[in-house]
Design a protein around this ligand. Structure first.
Ligand code: ADP
Length: 453
């Protein structure tokens, strides 16, 4: 059910309570991009479709125009895509006056087919593959981020120096400290809830200034939509309150990083296909094969969980961020943690993803790996116990963007599941990030070598 029907929107526009419609696509970086429509024009015509430059799905955080993308380029003249509003995503945006939002699918201008590398299309394809097997996925992403004193603009003007987290100490589960942050976090919870994003809770996380936002699990596409809107809302509401929120996974070498853990379970209708009463840990054979796929293909999927240079700075022993592709029962040092063992809520949590992941791509890569596990009837090794950071035999997660990009390039599994064109598109996104970084002379190099090299 839509959060806001088109009919109700028309009434609201007629009554003058809504005047603006945000018409948005989700870009490769997981950001909302689009246009602010006058509501009259939206209900009159733009609800059917609007257009955007096709470089929006071939750019980077800086809005550059990298070469090397087959889908678009200066040579092809950077034409248009169709933005097709998905009216089931229509929702109020209560933190902005008189405003509602709709998410769009991105279609080819001529054929009106889904653009295959568009994040929503990438996820749609895996959801369809599950549907062919009579299955749906229920997923949840946990959003971790840091809150800082001062607005984005003030921080940018100061050159990102002397960043001041909103709290002075580790605030994990801390009620006193989080009370001091309610000017941001309370409107965040309440506005999201009113926007149809089923917020469960927020809590202080295990570092100075770090927060976590938990959203109730939902079908995969809704989960990714919720994540995207929640991340966007966090930045906007923090900005409204004179603060800033960052989803950069690692903002300081001595501080713990931010994750986006992914909880997942498969369902047949109303029943969990992961749960089997009486089975060891309550895990069905289907769950075992799915999880074996997640683990086997973790390296090939890592790019979609950690898409930037900075993402890899988070994978450090002793920080609750995993370094090994292995599973465990409720053990936070492993890449995959079994939650809800022996109950109907039995599910697997992937702990590899950073707070910078694009949820559509991350969920799609998880589903693709799991589906391959099902197809091949993979067997699941027994769980590991103890401090898995010390587990020498366990396979390592790629620990640089370069390694993750090469694992993606060579992934027959993802090529089969997503298509060569999609994999090649994101390999180019990864190599571009690496090339750009490789050109930069960092403060670290200057301080280390200026005198002493
Ligand atoms: P923890 O704090 O131990 O990570 P929580 O109980 O807070 O676990 O749950 C984490 C997330 O898992 C929540 O977003 C919740 O909605 C989600 N979740 C609960 N049950 C399932 C399930 N069967 N499948 C997928 N996600 C689930």
């Amino acid at each position: 059910m839509p959060q806001l029907t088109f009919e109700t929107l028309k009434e609201q526009v007629g009554a003058g309570t809504v005047d603006t419609v945000l018409v948005c696509l989700v870009d490769m970086q997981g950001r909302l991009m689009g246009k602010r429509f006058h509501a009259y024009h939206f209900i009159e015509s733009a609800w059917q479709e609007t257009h955007c430059c096709n470089y929006l799905l071939a750019t980077d955080l800086e809005m550059a125009t990298p070469d090397g993308y087959a889908s678009t380029s200066w040579q092809t003249g950077y034409g248009d895509y169709v933005m097709k509003p998905d009216l089931t995503t229509l929702r109020p945006i209560p933190w902005l006056d008189g405003t509602v939002m709709v998410l769009c699918d991105v279609l080819d201008h001529h054929t009106h087919e889904d653009v295959p590398h568009s994040p929503r299309a990438v996820l749609k394809r895996q959801i369809a593959r599950l549907a062919e097997r009579g299955l749906t996925a229920k997923m949840a992403t946990e959003l971790e981020f840091f809150l800082f004193e001062g607005s984005f603009d003030a921080i940018r003007k100061s050159g990102y120096r002397d960043l001041q987290p909103i709290s002075g100490y580790n605030e994990d589960y801390h009620i006193l400290q989080t009370t001091k942050e309610e000017s941001v976090m309370r409107p965040l919870r309440n506005h999201l809830f009113a926007a149809g994003v089923p917020v469960e809770n927020t809590k202080g996380e295990a570092e100075t200034g770090q927060e976590e936002l938990n959203i109730r699990y939902a079908e995969a596409m809704a989960c990714a939509d919720h994540h995207t809107i929640a991340k966007h809302a966090t930045k906007e509401i923090a900005w409204q309150q004179g603060h800033s929120a960052t989803f950069l996974p690692k903002w300081h070498r001595d501080r713990v990083g931010s994750a986006a853990h992914v909880h997942q379970s498969l369902w047949r209708g109303e029943d969990s296909a992961f749960y089997q009463a009486g089975a060891e840990l309550g895990m069905s054979d289907l769950m075992r094969s799915y999880c074996a796929g997640l683990i086997k293909y973790a390296g090939e999927s890592t790019y979609f969980l950690a898409p930037y240079i900075n993402s890899y700075k988070r994978f450090a022993p002793g920080t609750f961020a995993p370094t090994k592709s292995i599973w465990s029962v409720d053990n936070r040092t492993a890449g995959f943690r079994l939650c809800g063992a022996g109950t109907k809520a039995v599910r697997m949590e992937c702990r590899i993803g950073g707070s910078d992941l694009n949820p559509y791509l991350a969920l799609a890569a998880q589903l693709a790996a799991g589906i391959k596990g099902l197809e091949d009837g993979l067997a699941l090794e027994p769980p590991t116990t103890g401090d898995i950071y010390q587990s020498v035999d366990a396979p390592e997660i790629p620990n640089t963007l370069r390694a993750a990009a090469e694992a993606l390039r060579g992934s027959a599994m993802l090529r089969e599941a997503m298509g060569d064109n999609v994999v090649d598109h994101y390999v180019r996104a990864a190599t571009w990030e690496q090339e750009e970084f490789d050109k930069v002379v960092t403060d670290y190099e200057i301080a280390r070598g200026f005198e002493r090299a």
